[in-house]
Design a protein around this ligand. Structure first.
Ligand code: MCA
Ligand code: AMP
Length: 497
């Protein structure tokens, strides 16, 4: 296939590509640094990337893509159980990390390649332990085919450990080009965001997106309204964020005229990963005159729909299918719903070149995710307006929680809670939260009712086993969990009192 990043070699290479804090790379510097790393990856199918919010992560992923290896981004805050699962499942040949990053013991047995962002054309990258001898010549991006995996991104299901979604190079290229069409996204755009780099939103849209366009990205390291103000005032044109970030912006706006002014001057504000409440849309619009655009995607499908930059903004909707994406609504029994009446609710199914190829090592889960004729079952419930705008109204599985834009499976947290000695039974639900969208609630039957584990103890336990964003924020103690005749926990019967 053609290059994923034509701007790396198109001759206009002195343009800025990446900036993290006060560290930045032009396209020429990025090409040199990435190719120095890529030469060490030749022949490897999959490599892990220690995905801190840093320049090295972006260089590492570009290097993997130029070498034709699939990158497996790792959340640096992953707990031991989650990290262990991802490493066993994806079996990466090595791990790419910034020099000086301390890696957890689970990664110490893997060969490590340090990502030296200061590599110059004449100097080889510095490595701690180099698994392959250095070879010369350019990285073999041209040899990779459209179907070759670009990324394996881990995503939670309702039960069990996260599954690795295998995303082919074709999906990355087509989704980014479809967004370019919908958003009039060009090489002149300068994106600002503070999203994590181990998920599709921050990594594919937020880093690979600007690089594919030949534009630039300024990463905040960590989201803050001050950082957004500074970068938008300093020439950034676009902002990407999850609803929690836009909620925090909406909260800050009344007391922060500089933020309002900076947002007013942006070309495009885009929200995704969960629904942005209409109230937050309205507060931002009234303070800045700007409409936030929503797009809808999934790890498995990349992007499916968006409000177009040249279309009518409509808060509460995720816009229209992107070019190349087929989208239908179906009844419970799979019958397609022909209506565009704003009322008939069905599950969204999608088909197109933006889709993943399957879950790594999980043919069963892959088969279950698709219909016989190749439609992917998203599990999201929606209606369609007469002009095709899609409104997401809910989710099929109540056991999937979206908190801060992270998808979290209730079953995975229940299993972790049951590993705590103070917990005899556990059930996990999500409840509305103005900041996070939903917050995780644990309902537990303590092993010793006289000395139940505290919320902090259980939060620390889950954070260290899985990841901090999966920790329960609220814990209720019960004498027993409500169960039906079959012994199944009746989550709908779980109430505060
Ligand atoms: C708190 N912390 C702890 C504990 N409690 N650490 C260890 N043990 C504990 N018990 C730490 C956290 O790690 C974090 O550390 C800090 O305390 C604050 O935690 P938290 O309150 O959870 O975070 P927050 O500041 O409220 O984060 C809000 C956020 C975040 C910034 C909006 O939720 C976020 O980045 N969301 C983005 C999710 C995302 O990108 N989703 C995309 C997937 P520290 O202070 O060091 O950080 S969806 C997707 O990709 C699809 C395709 C799509 O459509 O986009
Ligand atoms: P993930 O599996 O973490 O990639 O999250 C994908 C899920 O996020 C989708 O299935 C939707 O439920 C949700 N999602 C993403 N974007 C939006 C949006 N703009 N509005 C509502 N839900 C969204």
């Amino acid at each position: 296939m053609s290059s994923l990043f034509p701007a790396l070699t198109d001759g206009r290479t002195d343009r800025p590509a990446l900036r993290f804090g006060d560290r930045s790379l032009t396209y020429a510097e990025l090409a040199t640094a990435a190719d120095a790393v890529a030469r060490r990856l030749a022949g490897h199918a999959r490599v892990a990337v220690w995905a801190t919010p840093a320049l090295e992560t972006a260089v590492a992923v570009v290097a993997a893509l130029r070498a034709g290896a699939a990158a497996v981004p790792l959340n640096p805050k992953s707990g031991e159980k989650e990290l262990g699962h991802i490493l066993t499942d994806s079996a990466p040949a090595l791990v790419l990390a910034a020099p000086g990053d301390e890696l957890p013991s689970a990664l110490r047995d893997l060969p490590r390649v340090d990502v030296d962002v200061d590599a110059r054309a004449t100097g080889p990258a510095h490595e701690a332990t180099d698994p392959t001898p250095e070879t010369t010549g350019s990285a073999p991006e041209a040899e990779a085919s459209d179907d070759d995996p670009a990324l394996v991104v881990y995503t939670s299901g309702t039960t069990g450990p996260p599954k690795g979604a295998v995303l082919p190079r074709r999906a990355v290229a087509t989704t980014l080009d479809a967004l370019a069409d919908a958003w009039q996204w060009t090489g002149d755009d300068v994106l600002v965001h503070g999203l994590p780099l181990f998920h599709v939103h921050g990594l594919v849209l937020g880093i690979l997106g600007p690089l594919r366009r030949g534009g630039s990205v300024r990463h905040l390291g960590r989201f803050s309204t001050e950082g957004v103000t500074r970068e938008l005032e300093g020439g950034a044109t676009m902002l990407f964020g999850v609803p929690t970030m836009y909620h925090r912006i909406a909260e800050a706006l009344p007391g922060d005229p500089a933020l309002a002014k900076a947002l007013s001057g942006a070309r495009l504000l885009v929200s995704g990963s969960a629904a942005l409440p209409v109230h937050d849309h309205e507060r931002i619009t009234s303070a800045t005159g700007q409409r936030v655009i929503e797009r809808y995607g999934m790890t498995e499908t990349l992007m499916n729909t968006s409000v177009r930059a040249d279309g009518e903004p409509r808060p509460g909707t995720v816009g229209v299918p992107l070019p190349g994406v087929e989208l239908r609504l179906v009844e419970e029994d799979g019958t397609p719903i022909p209506s565009y009446d704003g009322e008939s609710v069905g599950e969204i199914q999608v088909r197109g070149p933006n889709l993943f190829t399957g879950y790594l090592n999980r043919p069963d889960a892959t088969a279950a995710a698709f219909t016989a004729d190749g439609w992917f079952r998203t599990g999201d419930m929606a209606v369609r307006d007469p002009d095709g705008y899609v409104r997401i109204v809910g989710r099929k599985a109540t056991d999937l929680i979206k908190s801060g834009g992270y998808k979290i499976g209730a079953g995975e947290i229940e299993n972790a809670l049951l590993e705590h000695p103070g917990v005899r039974e556990a059930a996990v639900t999500g409840e509305p939260d103005p900041d996070l969208g939903e917050r995780i609630v644990a309902w537990i039957v303590p092993a010793d009712p006289a000395a139940p584990p505290t919320v902090q103890e259980l939060a620390d336990h889950v954070a260290s086993r899985l990841a901090p964003h999966k920790r329960p924020r609220v814990v209720h103690h019960l004498a027993s969990l409500p169960r039906n005749d079959m012994g199944k926990i009746m989550k709908r019967a779980l109430t505060r009192d």
